[in-house]
Design a protein around this ligand. Structure first.
Ligand code: BDR
Ligand code: CA
Length: 317
């Protein structure tokens, strides 16, 4: 009997953790990755598009997703993400890719894929929410046609990671984040609080698929950079792979505890731009607008991560 798969679009800004999460999704039999849309964030728009293309070519999955090209955000903040992801976003691995022949803007591709399968597509957001906000402006009716949006971003009680108050994906494009959060789309938010429970230590490198597989070769070229960066910049021996959360929440929802909350994004604070604000008053005036992950079974999640990558290795040997 043919197993039911879930159609997903992955919107991402690769990014080392984005690359790991992409690898998991591309070889998961429960998912059909219909499109991968690049967005500016960890790297420039052009680099992000090149990285998506390079990762798909290097992983060479059984079914190729359509690829969406990123375009720059006018109000993008100048941030240095090189220290954690490398100059090229992928640990300076120098992955090559061919030229894209059919260029589809990411936001248009999101609209097309959602229209093609109404209420069936889950959108995984591994980066700033620029593309999704643009897609909702381009075709407002798709808000009601998206199955669910699963967003890695924000922070409930963990503070920020790019500023004292804000998580990177929300900070990079707070206006788009606010637009998506306030839209009526069904959504799950996976904040920093969760990933801090899920550190990955050096022994993880030994668990990666072997060099003899395409997945293993890519992962072994990009991940050591992140371990070195965390050690040098933060004095930490373990890393966190934020975007893996969004993949896990779709494929292994049983690992998470969620609560419904009313969330908004600060867009103008002098110190707090990009901060996620949760209304926890007993009689809050607005109804909850998001499901928010508050707990994860970290040991089981790490196990799923390793097993998922091993499967990617077997599929690409
Ligand atoms: C997010 O920021 C990026 O650097 C990561 O790829 C992740 O999407 C975590 O705050
Ligand atoms: Ca990311």
């Amino acid at each position: 009997m043919r197993r039911m798969t879930r159609k997903v679009i992955i919107d991402c800004d690769p990014g080392i953790d984005d690359a790991v999460a992409l690898c998991l999704a591309l070889f998961d039999p429960q998912l059909e990755v219909v499109a991968i849309t690049a967005t500016e964030g960890n790297v420039s728009a052009d680099q992000s598009t090149r990285n998506v293309q390079a990762l798909v070519e290097q992983f060479d999955p059984p079914r190729y997703p359509r690829i969406g090209t990123a375009s720059p955000l006018e109000s993008a903040p100048a941030l240095n993400t090189r220290q954690f992801h490398g100059d090229d976003g992928l640990g300076n691995a120098g992955l090559q890719c061919s030229r894209l022949h059919h260029q589809h803007p990411s936001d248009k591709l999101i609209c097309d894929e959602v229209r093609a399968a109404p209420e069936q597509v889950t959108i995984l957001c591994f980066g700033p929410l620029t593309n999704l906000a643009r897609a909702f402006r381009r075709d407002p009716a798709i808000v009601a046609l998206v199955g669910r949006v699963v967003i890695m971003g924000g922070s409930v009680q963990a503070g920020g990671n790019i500023t004292a108050a804000a998580e990177f994906n929300m900070y990079f494009d707070p206006l788009s984040a606010r637009q998506v959060i306030r839209s009526g789309v069904t959504k799950t938010l996976l904040p920093l609080d969760l990933i801090q429970q899920m550190g990955v230590n050096l022994s993880f490198l030994e668990e990666l698929p072997s060099e003899h597989s395409r997945a293993g070769r890519v992962l072994r070229r990009i991940l050591p950079f992140m371990f070195r960066a965390y050690h040098q910049q933060l004095g930490q021996e373990s890393i966190v792979l934020h975007d893996v959360l969004a993949y896990l929440a779709v494929v292994h929802p049983e690992l998470f505890q969620n609560v419904e909350m009313c969330v908004d994004i600060e867009t103008r604070g002098e110190l707090t731009t990009g901060a996620t604000v949760f209304d926890r008053r007993p009689r809050a005036p607005n109804r909850p607008n998001s499901e928010v992950g508050i707990e994860i079974d970290a040991a089981a999640a790490l196990d799923c991560l390793i097993r998922g990558l091993q499967r990617a290795g077997q599929c690409t040997s």
